[in-house]
Design a protein around this ligand. Sequence first.
Ligand code: SF4
Length: 61
Amino acid sequence: MEIHVDPDKCCGYGDCVLAAPDVFDLGDDGVAFVISGAEPSLELAQEAADACPVAAIEITP
Ligand code: SF4
């Protein structure tokens, strides 16, 4: 599974970080990124993607 945050869409609301704090973090630039080595379940990744108000998280199963 691959998880990608589109930096052009991300507005830094942090909902993904709240939904999956072991998977996503916010960079100094206010854009979310996937924490290196994170291997969440598809369910958790999808939950975080669904929490994003601008649909910036793409999941490739
Ligand atoms: S929820 Fe979406 S807009 Fe908010 S920080 Fe995460 S990826 Fe960015």
